[in-house]
Design a protein around this ligand. Sequence first.
Ligand code: ADP
Ligand code: ASP
Ligand code: MG
Length: 425
Amino acid sequence: MPVIFISVSTPQFFLDEQIRAQLVVQKYGGTSVGTPERIKAVAENIAATVKRGHSVVVVVSAMGASTDELIDLADKISKNPPGREMDMLLTAGERISMALLCMALHELDVEAMSFTGSQAGIITDTSHGRAKIVEVRAKRLCEALEKNQVCVVAGFQGVSSSASVTTLGRGGSDTTAVALAAALKASACEIYTDVSGVYSADPRIVDKAKKLSNLSYDEMLEIAATGGRVLALRAVEFARNFGVPVHVRSSFSPETGTWIRDEESNMEDPVVSAVTHDTSEVKFTLERVPDEPGVAAKIFRALSDEKLNIDMIVQNISTDGLTDISFTVPADERIKTIAVLEDEAFETGSMGYQSNENVGRISVVGAGMKSNPGVAATMFEVLASQDINIQMISTSSIRISVVVAKEDVERGVVALHSAYGLDSE
Ligand code: ADP
Ligand code: ASP
Ligand code: MG
């Protein structure tokens, strides 16, 4: 897993200890602020939190599907919009929700103030569309908190070291929330969403998925990295690196959700905690690759120079000094990947490539896998019994992933969930 290095300091400014002790960071996702009624309901929840004596920093997403709508709008104007302008456009979504939520809070006589990512001191690198937070300068938030204001921050955005507005990648409001919780040393970060926690599989696919009460950072990292989009991967990395306990819960009901924090692993850990899936990647196969030192390095350096997010990589044994290498990339990076592979500067010899969009990944994740052999054998047997062909395999100490045909993904997930004894009663 990638490690992030950031400074989450509040230079020259320290939050009063009493305020810090009562501080909670709450993040509300798109569905949770999807309509005026939902925004009013969120305001009620925040007002109740304030009444219980807490100081609150709120992070909001754009309303409903408005980020998708803005992307569609841009697509009608340009197929290759400048990153700076795309980010300027997309950050508008979160600005709408933050202002409306502050209005709803004022209606309830709760003092609140909205902040764009830039105003909240979220400083990022310059990669438009997927900027990384490099520093949080939370001075203005600290000042507002000390005046008993609720701070409402637009998620998913920041300002780069070269003063351009940036976005943090899809799902980035989770990252804003956890980064602020880390910077302000809040006792916890609450992620309010449209499901009541992290489930043993996506509840939209598996009816019998059950809510998991506790997860370690490592398990959640694997779940987030393999398609469990309930929490963004970068947010989990922050939480782990800065020890922020995260509570994923429903904005529609008060029940306890899933706590993600440092969990000691022990022999009692479930062998498999969750089955995840991801259908947002494409598979590339490079054919007739010379099987000699330095070739893979050259290929993957060229892809990495274009900042392409290569995921699974598999190389076959060679015949006649030539081999095949397959790898996966996010589907929205397909065109860029092809541009690298077809670049004349990229000497390929007789090498060719194929791309396949009809693929999906299924993964099983569980901290107990470390001490229990046979998880992979069971996985492959279950998929075989469903007549599902495995195209690629990769593993970590607590995860096994396979790439299969897209149409087999849901069937495979349901069968595996049942086979590992995860189905709820
Ligand atoms: P938000 O808008 O609140 O950020 P998201 O749509 O990003 O919400 O994430 C919540 C969705 O994540 C759920 O509606 C669910 O379909 C999906 N999801 C995928 N895998 C899981 C899982 N293992 N547990 C819970 N939800 C999951
Ligand atoms: N609105 C952004 C998105 O849809 C960020 C987020 O919701 O976390 O990806
Ligand atoms: Mg999300």
